[in-house]
Write a protein that binds this ligand. Structure first.
Ligand SMILES: C[S@@+](CC[C@H](N)C(=O)[O-])C[C@H]1O[C@@H](n2cnc3c(N)ncnc32)[C@H](O)[C@@H]1O
Length: 338
C-alpha cells in the first residue's frame, strides 16, 4: 500500500483528493488559465499546471498564510522559483473576482474549490481543529481574524450553542452538549480542544466505531468560526462570474451541508423543468447560466479511500458556464409554462 508522504515537520502531507477525477472533469487544457480557490499545499494546483503545460497559468488562493508557504514550496519545487505560470494570493475565495482582476485575469477556463481543512491544519495541534490533539481551542483558518472557537464556547448562550451544534453539526444531541458546555464554563473557561472533547464525551457517551462523539461539535464550531457556508455561497457566485463561457467549476465537498449548497447552486443555475401538481410544467431556477457536467456527485474509489481515509466523505460536482456575462441568458424559448 502506498504510504502518505510526511512533510518537513513530520506532519502528514495533504493528499489531494479525487485528483484525476477533478482534473478530467475540469477539462484542463494546454495553455488554460485556472483558479484554485483553496490552494492548500498546492497538490491540485501543481497537477493542473502539469496538464496545462508551459502556457498554462494557475492563481492559487488561500486564507491561511501557512498554507500559502506550503503551496509556494510545492509549486516552486516543481516548476521553478519565479516562474510566471502561477501566482499565489492570500485571501478568501469569495473575493476571487477581485483577486483575479488585480492580476489581470478577467475570464478563466476553470475554478476548483476543494473545501474544508487540510491535513496540515487538522494535524497541527496548535491550530486547534482536532479533538485528537490537545491544543488551544482556535480553529481559525485565517489567524488574522479575531473570532476563535474558544470565544464561541465562552460567549454563546446555551440556546445559541444548541442551535449552532444542531444546524452546523447536524447533531441530534446538541442540547445535552450545549448544557454541558455551559455547566463546565461556569467552573473554568474552556480553552483547549482536549477539554471540549472530554466534556462532550462525558455528556453524550464514548466513540461509536471510529467516530469521536465530539466530531460534529468541532465541525459546527469550525464552520461558524470560518463562516464556511457564507463564504461558499459567495464563492460559488464569484466563481461563476469569473468563468469564461465553456469554463468549468469543480467543487469537492466533505459533508452534507456543503454538498447540498453546491448541488442547489448548480441546479439553480442550470435551471430545470418541473411538473406542476395541476398539470403542465414550470421552469425552475434562474436563467440557465450553467450546464451540469455531473448529475450525480463523483466519489473516491475504494483504493483512494484505503490510501487516504480522509477522502472517504468527498463528493465532487462540476458545472460548465454556458454564457459569459452577456446579460441575455434566457430560459428555454418555449416560455415558462407548457
Ligand atoms: C482541503 S484543503 C485544500 C488542499 C489542496 N487542494 C491541496 O491539494 O493541497 C482546503 C484549503 O482551503 C482553505 N480555505 C478554506 N476556506 C477558504 C476560503 N473561504 N477562502 C480561501 N481559502 C480557504 C483552507 O485554509 C485550506 O488550506
Amino acid at each position: 500500500m502506498r504510504q502518505p508522504k510526511r512533510g518537513s515537520v513530520g506532519l502528514m502531507r495533504h493528499q489531494p483528493v479525487l485528483l484525476d477525477e477533478a482534473l478530467d472533469l475540469l477539462n484542463v487544457k494546454p495553455g488554460g488559465t485556472y483558479i484554485d480557490g483553496t490552494v492548500g499545499s498546492g497538490g491540485h494546483a501543481a497537477a493542473i499546471l502539469d496538464r496545462a503545460g508551459p502556457g498554462g497559468f494557475v492563481l492559487g488562493i488561500d486564507r491561511d498564510q501557512d498554507a500559502l508557504k506550503r503551496a509556494e514550496q510545492t509549486l516552486a519545487g516543481r516548476f521553478g522559483r519565479g516562474t510566471r505560470n502561477y501566482d499565489l494570493a492570500r485571501g478568501n475565495y469569495s473575493e476571487m473576482t477581485r483577486l483575479a482582476r488585480e492580476r489581470g485575469l478577467n475570464r478563466v477556463d476553470g475554478v476548483l474549490l476543494d473545501l474544508g481543512v487540510s491535513s496540515e491544519q487538522l494535524d497541527g495541534a496548535e491550530r486547534g481543529f482536532s479533538f485528537d490533539k490537545d491544543g488551544p481551542l482556535d480553529m481559525r483558518m485565517d489567524r488574522a481574524e479575531p473570532l476563535t472557537a474558544a470565544d464561541l464556547a465562552r460567549d454563546l448562550s446555551e440556546e445559541e450553542l444548541a442551535r449552532l451544534i444542531r444546524e452546523l453539526g447536524e447533531d441530534r444531541r446538541a442540547r445535552a452538549i450545549a448544557r454541558a458546555i455551559v455547566k463546565e464554563r461556569a467552573q473554568a473557561p474552556i480553552r483547549t480542544t482536549a477539554k471540549l472533547a472530554g466534556l462532550v464525551e462525558r455528556a453524550i457517551g464514548g466513540r461509536r466505531g471510529r467516530i469521536h462523539p465530539a466530531t460534529r461539535t468541532f465541525q459546527a464550531l469550525r464552520m461558524r468560526v470560518n463562516r464556511e457556508l457564507e463564504c461558499l455561497r459567495h464563492g460559488l457566485d464569484a466563481a461563476l462570474a469569473t468563468l469564461a463561457p465553456g469554463g468549468r467549476l469543480a467543487v469537492i465537498a466533505f459533508h452534507s451541508l456543503e454538498d447540498r449548497t453546491v448541488k442547489r447552486f448548480m441546479a439553480d443555475h442550470a435551471g430545470r423543468w418541473e411538473s406542476l401538481p395541476a398539470g403542465g410544467r414550470a421552469w425552475r431556477g434562474s436563467a440557465p447560466a450553467a450546464r451540469l457536467v455531473t448529475r450525480k456527485p463523483v466519489t473516491p474509489s475504494a483504493g483512494e479511500i484505503e490510501r487516504n481515509p480522509r477522502a472517504r466523505s468527498a463528493k465532487l460536482r462540476v458545472a460548465e458556464r454556458t454564457c459569459g456575462n452577456c446579460g441575455r441568458d434566457t430560459p428555454p424559448t418555449r416560455g415558462h409554462m407548457t
